[in-house]
Design a protein around this ligand. Structure first.
Ligand code: CA
Length: 384
């Protein structure tokens, strides 16, 4: 037996052991408690398989990389407890049925652009692009530190869909044209693939806007169904081969100054996830959102050089074209706001944020870019 002098040590060791066992048991019970398992009974940890349908052709670089990145981030962070399979347009549903598929639970998630749903939800256009509106940096500020995201969720709530920002392309190009625009009169009769509010603006400016999904743009240009197309910018336009079907490449992207994409999640499916997986979905979306802007920022320059070296002709939109498009943008926005109380509510928030951030960017972003141009040697893409 132990000598009597060892007794206090033995007691301390036994008490420590007991405390450890009880703590481990408590931690284990806490870990197994979740909304799906409120009793905390031991269960094998649940795993979830989700489908994510997109409006893009499968494996499209750029826009199509966001859902693939998102799926990878979620898989890695959840150690495979939530796996997400990404489907291209037409694999489960056509491009323009992605929102309905998520709303009805055909797929748990979607990736696309909110302005594709403007026929069903007119105010959705604010969440892709407003002509002459906010840049990517400004949109992200409004969504995540203004009222933007909360209002977006209010807008989609009746459809059982929860939106998250799904990447931004930054300022887009004005598009590809099969003839030169010398003045505003040249817009007359022009058939152009241009979605969202900008499509209505283009109609009002004398052209004809046509709604075509990304996968069909090339053929539509090639066969003369359309005379012009806006898609994204040098990196993604090159992946669609648009330089092969039009000669003139116009800037700036007045219509999509910071085109924002979206992840949509079926709200019931989201709420059925344990809290840690919900957090993983949220932060994976946030990371994929930023990653897209990083990638476009890195790749557009090189792609534009390649396009110009291949014979594409870079042109700036004439001032009178921009002025006409702006004047019509105001009318189109006014008409949207008048006809839809939710559009009015979102527009009030958007415009207030845009006004303040623009004022600050006058003395920060723009002032810095001007200052940099004053001191650095000039550098431009050669206009041909
Ligand atoms: Ca676009």
């Amino acid at each position: 037996m132990f000598e009597r002098r060892y007794l206090p040590v033995v007691v301390v060791v036994l008490v420590a052991l007991l405390v450890t066992v009880v703590s481990l048991w408590a931690v284990d019970r806490a870990n197994t408690k979740s909304p799906l398992n409120p009793s905390g009974e031991d269960l094998p940890s649940a795993s979830y398989q989700w489908k994510l349908v997109t409006t893009w052709p499968k494996n499209l670089p750029g826009l199509g990389a966001a859902p693939e990145n998102f799926a990878r981030y979620v898989n890695e962070m959840s150690a495979g407890r939530l796996t997400i399979r990404v489907y291209g347009a037409g694999e489960i549903v056509p491009a323009f049925e992605v929102f309905d598929a998520v709303s009805q639970g055909v797929a748990e998630m979607g990736h696309g652009a909110a302005y594709y749903w403007k026929g069903k939800i007119p105010a959705a256009v604010f969440y892709t692009a407003v002509p002459f509106g906010m840049t990517a940096q400004e949109m992200n500020g409004w969504l995540h530190y203004g009222d933007g995201l909360a209002l977006w969720r209010e807008l989609y709530a009746p459809f059982g869909v929860t939106p998250f920002a799904g990447g931004s392309t930054g300022v887009q190009m004005a598009g590809w044209f099969n003839r030169e625009l010398r003045s505003a009169a040249d817009l007359k009769g022009l058939k152009m693939r241009i979605p969202g509010l900008a499509g209505e603006v283009f109609d009002a400016a004398g052209g004809t806007a046509v709604r075509i999904a990304g996968g069909e743009i090339y053929t539509s240009m090639q066969t003369g169904v359309i005379d012009a197309v806006e898609w994204v910018g040098p990196y993604n336009d090159r992946t669609l081969g648009l330089n092969e079907v039009a000669e003139y490449y116009y800037y700036p992207g007045w219509h999509e100054p910071g085109a924002m994409l979206e992840f949509t999640v079926n709200t019931q499916a989201f709420e059925a996830l344990p809290e840690d997986l919900q957090a993983i979905v949220e932060y994976a979306a946030r990371a994929a959102n930023q990653n897209m802007l990083d990638e476009f920022t890195a790749r557009n320059n090189e792609s534009l050089r390649t396009l110009l070296a291949g014979g594409s002709k870079l042109r700036v939109l004439p001032d009178d074209v921009l002025q006409l498009l702006y004047d019509k943008s105001i009318l189109v926005l006014e008409s949207l706001i008048e006809s839809d109380p939710m559009a009015q509510k979102i527009a009030d928030s958007y415009e207030a944020f845009a006004r303040d951030v623009r004022a600050y960017h006058e003395i920060s972003e723009r002032a810095f870019l001007n200052a940099r141009d004053k001191v650095l040697p000039p550098v431009n893409f050669t206009e041909q």
